[in-house]
Design a protein around this ligand. Sequence first.
Ligand code: CDP
Ligand code: CDP
Length: 228
Amino acid sequence: MPDRKPVVIAIDGPAASGKSSTSQWVAERLGWLHVDSGSLYRALTAAMVRTGRPPETWSGAEIVAQGPRISLRAEKTSFSTLIDGEPADDEIRGGAVTAQVSRVAQVPEVRAWVNARVRQAAESHDVVVDGRDMGTAVFPDAPLKVFLVADSWERARRRLTQRLERGPTDDEIAEETDLIVQRDAKDATQTLQAKDAVLLDTTYLTQAEQVERIVALAHAVSHRPDAT
Ligand code: CDP
Ligand code: CDP
C-alpha cells in the first residue's frame, strides 16, 4: 500500500478500442495494478446467465443480489475477477454474456454496485482502471484520463485476431463490425468521454505505441507540482 493517497489513471472508450490490454500493459510498466470494470459487469451477467432464467425477467435487485458471489483478487499486476472464488475468464468473455451485458449495465443499482467495488480496489493501490465512465462517474478527479477510440472495422479486426489467433477474413470482419457497432449503440448512454480526457485514436497506432504514449502522459502528470 502506498504511504500517500493512491493514484488513479482512468482509461475509457468503446468496445475493442484496446482499453483492457493497454491498461494492463501500462499498469505493468508503472508497477501498479489494473482494474477492469467491464469484467465486473460481465461477472454479474454471467452469474445471472447461470440461473437459466430469461434475461427479460432479471430485475436490478436480483442482479445485485449476485454481488456477494463476485470478488476482485489483487494479483501481481492486476485484479482478477472471480465468481464463487473461481476465475471465470472464458465464461465472462463468451457470447452469451456479451449479448446481455449492455442491458445489465444500464441498471442504476448495478452501476452503483460496480462503481463501489472499483473505488474500493483503488483505495489501497495505485491503479489503472478501464471502462466506459471511469473518468466521469467513478473517478472525476483522476489526474490522468484517456479516452481511446479506433475505427470500428479495425476494432473488429483486432477482436477477431485476439479471439481466433489468426488473421480474420473480410467477411468475418464485416460480421464482427456489425456486432461492435450494435454494442456501441447499446452502450452509448454509459460511454462518456470526460472533458479533461486525452483523446487517443489508436486506429493507426501499434499497441506498443499507444502504451508508450500513455506511460509518457502518466510521467508528465506525476511530475506536476499539483499531482496527488
Ligand atoms: O472489452 P469490451 O469493451 O468488449 O467490454 P468490457 O469493457 O468488458 O465491458 C462489457 C460491457 O460492460 C460493456 O459493453 C458495457 O455495457 C459495460 N460497461 C459499462 O457500462 N461501464 C463500464 N465502466 C464498463 C463496462
Ligand atoms: O478492452 P477493450 O475491449 O477496449 O480492448 P482490448 O481487449 O484491450 O483490445 C482488443 C485487441 O486489440 C487486443 O488483442 C489488443 O492487443 C489489440 N490491439 C490494440 O488494442 N491496439 C492496437 N494498436 C493494436 C491491437
